[in-house]
Design a protein around this ligand. Structure first.
Ligand code: ZN
Length: 227
C-alpha cells in the first residue's frame, strides 16, 4: 500500500464519492436503490462540513444537491477518464480559477503569540497549507469566495487535483455497479470484494463459454473430415 503525505484527503474524497453515489437525478423513482444512503450521507457530511449537511439537509436540499451532483459528474468525466481536450482544460480552469479568499492563521503557539491571538490547533483540510518561519508555523488558507456546499465540494476536488491524488477517486470496474469509491490502495479497481468476485466470475463464465464453443466447432470439423 502506498502511503502518501496527502492521506488526510481521504475522508474528504470519501465524502465526495458518497455524494456522487447518491440517487438524486432520478426524481426519487429509485429511492430504495441505496437504502438510507441519503441520511447516512448527511450524517457523514455533518462530521466533516456542517455547512454541507445544513444546506443539503434543509428545504429543497435534495433538489439543490441534484444540480451540484450533475455539475460535479460532468467535471469528473473530463478529469478522470477524459481526453486531453478543451473540456479538460475548461474543467481545470474552473477548479483552479474559483475566486478565492486567502487567509493567514497561526498554526502553533509561537505564531499565535506573534498574531496576538489564542492558539487553536488546525488540522489539514482542502485549501489549507502550512509553512514555518522563525519557529512560527502558519496556515495559509484559500477557500472559494462563495462558500456553500457546491464551493466546498469543488474545493475538495481542487485539493485532490493539486495534491496529485485525484486518481484515487475511481468508479468500480464492474459495469453493472460503477459506484464511485476512494482507492486507499492505488491498485484497487473495485469498490468492494463482492464486485471483484462478480466481475471475475462473469469473465470466467465467458471464457468457459468460448472454450466450449471452440471445442464444439473442432468436434464438428473433425466429424465432417471423417465422412
Ligand atoms: Zn462495485
Amino acid at each position: 500500500m502506498r502511503v502518501t503525505a496527502s492521506r488526510w484527503l481521504i475522508p474528504f474524497l470519501d465524502l465526495l464519492a458518497d455524494f456522487l453515489n447518491q440517487d438524486l437525478d432520478r426524481g426519487g423513482l429509485m429511492s430504495d436503490w441505496f437504502p438510507n444512503s441519503w441520511s447516512s450521507f448527511l450524517k457523514k457530511a455533518d462530521r466533516i462540513s456542517g455547512m454541507v449537511a445544513h444546506e443539503f439537509g434543509g428545504p429543497n436540499g435534495k433538489e439543490k444537491a441534484a444540480g451540484v451532483q450533475l455539475e460535479l459528474l460532468r467535471l469528473l468525466q473530463s478529469l478522470i477518464e477524459g481526453k486531453p481536450d478543451r473540456d479538460l482544460y475548461e474543467a481545470l480552469g474552473l477548479l483552479v480559477g474559483l475566486e478565492k479568499h486567502i487567509q493567514l492563521s497561526p498554526a502553533n503557539k509561537k505564531a499565535a503569540q506573534a498574531a496576538e491571538t489564542d492558539y487553536t490547533p488546525l488540522r489539514m483540510r482542502p485549501g489549507r497549507r502550512f509553512f514555518k518561519i522563525h519557529r512560527t508555523k502558519w496556515a495559509l488558507e484559500s477557500f472559494p469566495k462563495v462558500l456553500d456546499a457546491r464551493g466546498y465540494l469543488l474545493s475538495i476536488m481542487e485539493a485532490a487535483l493539486t495534491e496529485g491524488e485525484l486518481s484515487r477517486l475511481r468508479q468500480c470496474r464492474l459495469d453493472t455497479c460503477s459506484k464511485f469509491f476512494v482507492a486507499k490502495d492505488t491498485k484497487r479497481e473495485f469498490h468492494d470484494d463482492s464486485c471483484k468476485v462478480t466481475y471475475f466470475n462473469k469473465r470466467h463464465l465467458a471464457e468457459k463459454y468460448h472454450t466450449k464453443n471452440r471445442q464444439r466447432k473442432r468436434e464438428l470439423a473433425e466429424a465432417k473430415n471423417k465422412k
